[in-house]
Design a protein around this ligand. Structure first.
Ligand SMILES: [Zn+2]
Length: 194
């Protein structure tokens, strides 16, 4: 059992939904900073285009009749219910509810994260804190002729650039997340998990 409250919240979510993929858990995690509590049983989650959202806001509420959380994305624009599995808006609310008491103010500061795979023989640098590990699939002889690295960057600025020997080799808009989520992603990155 982990002592990090965020890690415990993620482990609990994994245990509740064992069939869900790592990327599903990660999407829920990326949304953690987008959750606002309206009431104990009603939340608003900001939409993110890069996660496939087409609305600016989603409402997540507890249905006493169904004994489960529901989300506006379960409905069409005409209010018809679409048959849907649990969405990552609801999963983010579940994470938030488990984690909110532990989420200290400092840990809520928004930072930006970006991940990339870059080929580089020189020094890798970026506009922020850089975390590196050899690209796992390439840890063989070819690694020495064309070394590739997985790079995780945590930055205060949204625009993130990764440089190899002083030249920009990757540029992207980072995902805005609370600092606590960024720290969690760094720990996972070091463990070799995406
Ligand atoms: Zn949803």
């Amino acid at each position: 059992m982990s002592t990090d409250p965020l890690r415990r919240a993620v482990e609990a979510l994994r245990a509740d939904f064992p069939g869900k993929s790592r990327s599903w858990i990660k999407r829920a995690l990326l949304r953690l900073g987008d959750v606002r509590e309206v009431r104990e049983d009603l939340y608003v989650v900001e939409g993110r285009r890069e996660l496939g959202d087409w609305r600016p806001l989603y409402q997540v509420w507890w249905s006493e009749a169904e004994k489960r959380w529901l989300c506006t994305c379960y409905y069409t624009q005409f209010g018809l219910r679409r048959r849907r599995d649990i969405c990552t808006h609801v999963a983010a609310v579940m994470l938030f509810r488990r984690y909110k008491r532990a989420l200290e103010k400092a840990e809520r500061t928004t930072v930006y994260v970006a991940e990339a795979v870059v080929e580089c023989r020189g020094r890798i640098s970026a506009s922020g804190e850089v975390y590196l590990r050899p690209d796992a699939d390439r840890a063989d002889l070819t690694f020495y002729t064309s070394p590739r690295f997985r790079v995780l960057v945590i930055s205060r600025q949204r625009r993130i650039a990764v440089k190899c020997g002083g030249y920009v080799v990757y540029e992207a808009e980072g995902e805005g997340v609370p600092l606590a989520v960024a720290k969690f992603l760094v720990a996972k990155f070091h463990e070799g998990e995406d």
